[in-house]
Design a protein around this ligand. Structure first.
Ligand code: 13P
Length: 251
């Protein structure tokens, strides 16, 4: 069985002081409970400006990985305000979240753009976490599977050789709403994603598929126990060390 990945997406929350306090809290707790990091991979994705603070706090604690929340689809150049995949790698990020629904909605990111970003990330030796998921409207119209599969197919570049890629299924209606997909629904979608990965990546069995959307200590165990659910991408609950780690413990 694949080791589960528990990833915290801090989004645009907190201050430098809060980011430092949160990572210190996570490190303190984990150093008292080493078993968690043996059983699950732990990743934190702070706002880009606080990556260096988090990196300093994690010196001597390499088991917790750092990720960014986006990168540019371009290699470098005149792209004011953007950050390249190489810069993130240079800042000791191991992962980058790409195509999150908030970026698709608020920044007009299409599958084509996401696929370009994924290719950039891989070239810079980052592991992309590619987010896909249907809206409530699409689910109500019975189109959830069709939408998720078209996002999956469209958001991955041609991958001829094996690269680690992570997929995150995040139904948009479950993000920050307190509603989660039922374990049955989530498992069904994850299984469909796994089957379709056969045509898209060289080693589908080695591709982790995370669930995201209102994951919290109370529902984590049930969701993470499902077949083909290889971890979680956690928003709100990743901002509290005790909640985040209790989800990791459930893994
Ligand atoms: P919440 O856990 O706050 O619902 O957010 C999920 C998410 O969007 C993680 O990327």
């Amino acid at each position: 069985m694949m080791k589960k990945l528990i990833a915290g997406n801090w989004k645009m929350n907190g201050s430098r002081t809060q980011a430092r306090a949160l990572i210190a809290d996570i490190v303190n707790n984990l150093s008292q409970e080493e078993a968690i990091v043996e059983k699950a991979d732990i990743l934190v994705c702070p706002p880009a400006l606080y990556i260096s603070d988090v990196r300093h706090a994690l010196r001597g604690y390499p088991k917790i990985k750092i990720g960014a929340q986006d990168c540019s689809s371009e290699e470098n150049g005149a792209h004011t305000g953007d950050l390249s995949a190489q810069m993130l790698e240079d800042s000791e990020c191991a992962y980058v979240i790409l195509g999150h629904s908030e970026r698709r909605q608020n920044h007009g990111e299409t599958n084509v753009i996401v696929a370009q970003k994924v290719a950039r990330a891989l070239k810079a030796d980052l592991i992309p976490i590619v987010c896909i998921g249907e809206t409530q409207e699409e689910r109500d119209a019975g189109r959830a599977q069709e939408i998720v599969l078209s996002q999956l197919q469209g958001s991955l570049p041609d991958l001829e050789s094996f690269h680690e890629v992570v997929i995150a299924y995040e139904p948009v209606w479950a993000i920050g709403t307190g509603k989660t997909a039922s374990p049955q629904d989530a498992q069904e979608m994850h299984t469909l994603i796994r089957e379709n990965l056969k045509d898209l990546v060289p080693k589908p069995e080695k591709t982790r598929i995370l669930y995201g959307g209102s994951m919290k200590p109370e529902n984590a165990k049930e969701i993470l126990a499902c077949k083909n659910i290889d971890g979680g991408l956690i928003g709100g609950a990743s901002l509290k060390a005790d909640q985040f780690l209790s989800i990791a413990r459930a893994a």
